[in-house]
Design a protein around this ligand. Structure first.
Ligand code: NAD
Length: 418
């Protein structure tokens, strides 16, 4: 089977949903909604520890700025491509719009496997990218954030490089920083927390009980492990989790914190003593109430989708279902809460971080979590309202209809110039 292209998937999702806008949208505007405004492609030449130099390909896509500054993470992964970055930047536009925070969408990536490099090599690589990005980013222009394989450390380096080159202090140029460097309470847990809120809302909507639910989580990084921990705290039973090493399964329920502690030491979840091992495919097709894909895009294709037994999927990862898989699951009456709502906690608390940076005033963790809960539950209500009143085929279509309408309204209000 040909590898699904995430950018084509994004374009298909936007075109499909745009057809349901109550007042319609012309093909000319649709073209704008489907394509990035600009993409920076650069080759970073970096000193290696052994005295050699190496070149790394890097991208930053600024997809749409009609609703505010471009916003989106920076990913370090050997599989990063121009099309992947374009797709991720587009999903950010619609994610920010569906939760109604005043941002456009962007995304960046470097083609690198961080496991192959020392901390000092990664610092030089990150600062080199920050130097390239400097003319294009800023608290009112484009605000990067962490994504796969990047975190507080890389965000601190980017902020520091930017501030030194600009001879200023501007913490709001980037989010996901450590607390001491202008980060926000609650940011690290924010994505997993919005997955919890989205799961709670959809179980409620479907009149089922999350506290009795069995859960499988694919991907045990930041988004996946926090979601597993919070779902467990809510009373759900997390029976299987996985990472790139494979999966583990205990029908009586795993202890997410103990699994995380094991992974911190061992580097992977496999080998955890109180569970059986299972493949990633078997995890995705396990008979559970809730499946949370929290690894990378295209994790569930049409073939796997046919074997999915979960009743509800809450997408923690960006783009974990191919459009064909989405069709199969829709036919099978599986309820999917789309990524652009379910994992929007990360960007929402990034927004709170940016607001705090601009206010030069820090909020408490309780305030951050309360505001996040309000944003996600309000967005879920608006989405289900659109789903019902416009008689839409899926919650994903509903999310895109709400989001696209907001982008179209902003674009129309701004006017087209020059
Ligand atoms: P991460 O690097 O912390 O974790 C990714 C996890 O996925 C790792 O445990 C890795 O081993 C696992 N993985 C990779 N390939 C796998 C495979 N084939 N099968 C099973 N597991 C696999 O990254 P993250 O920040 O948790 O991001 C995960 C997803 O969530 C990405 O799609 C990202 O774009 C999305 N997301 C993250 C945030 C955030 O704030 N961290 C916000 C929004 C969306």
């Amino acid at each position: 089977m040909a590898e699904s292209n995430p950018f084509e998937n994004l374009q298909e999702q936007v075109a499909d949903a745009a057809a349901f806008l109550p007042d319609g949208v012309g093909d000319d505007v649709l073209e704008r909604l489907k394509n990035p405004e600009r993409v920076l492609e650069t080759n970073l030449t970096v000193d290696m520890d052994d005295g050699s130099i190496r070149t790394f390909r890097a991208y930053r896509s600024q997809f749409n700025g009609d609703r505010g500054p471009y916003k989106g993470g920076i990913r370090y992964h050997p599989g990063v491509t121009r099309d992947e970055v374009k797709a991720l930047s587009g999903w950010m536009v619609y994610k920010c719009a569906v939760v109604d925070i005043p941002y456009g969408g962007g995304k960046g990536g470097i083609v690198v496997d961080p496991a192959d490099h020392s901390a000092s090599e990664l610092e030089r690589l990150t600062r080199s990218f920050a130097k390239e990005l400097r003319p294009f980013i800023g608290a009112d222009k484009d605000i990067p954030a962490p994504d796969v394989n990047t975190g507080q450390r890389e965000m601190n380096w980017i902020k520091d490089t930017y501030e030194k080159l600009e001879n200023t202090t501007e913490p709001g140029v980037i989010t996901g920083k450590s607390i001491e460097n202008g980060g926000s309470e609650g940011r690290v847990e924010a994505t997993g927390r919005s997955v919890l809120f989205a799961a709670r809302e959809v179980f409620d909507y479907l009149d089922t009980d999350l506290t009795d639910a069995t859960v499988a989580v694919q991907g045990y990084g930041n988004a996946g492990w926090i979601a597993a921990k919070l779902l467990d705290e809510q009373g759900a039973s997390v029976v299987a989790v996985s990472d790139s090493s494979g999966g583990i399964h205990d029908p009586d329920g795993l202890d997410p914190v103990a699994v995380k502690e094991f992974k911190n030491d061992a580097g992977h979840v496999t080998g955890y003593s109180d569970a059986e091992e299972l493949s990633n495919r078997d995890l995705l097709t396990l008979d559970v109430d809730l499946l949370v894909p929290a690894a990378l895009e295209n994790a569930i294709d049409e073939d796997i989708a046919r074997d999915v037994q979960a009743d509800i999927i809450v997408e923690a990862a960006n783009g974990p279902l191919t459009p064909d898989a989405d069709d199969v699951l829709q036919d099978a009456d599986v309820t999917v809460v789309p990524d652009i709502l379910a994992n929007a906690g990360g960007v929402t608390v990034s927004y709170f971080e940016w607001v705090q940076n601009r206010q030069r005033f820090s909020w408490t963790e309780d305030r951050v979590n309360d505001e996040l809960e309000r944003v996600i539950t309000d967005a879920f209500d608006e989405l289900t309202h659109a789903y019902e009143t416009l008689d839409l085929p899926s919650l994903r279509t509903a999310a895109y209809v709400v989001a696209i309408q907001r982008v179209v309204d902003a674009y129309t209000g701004n006017g087209n110039w020059p």
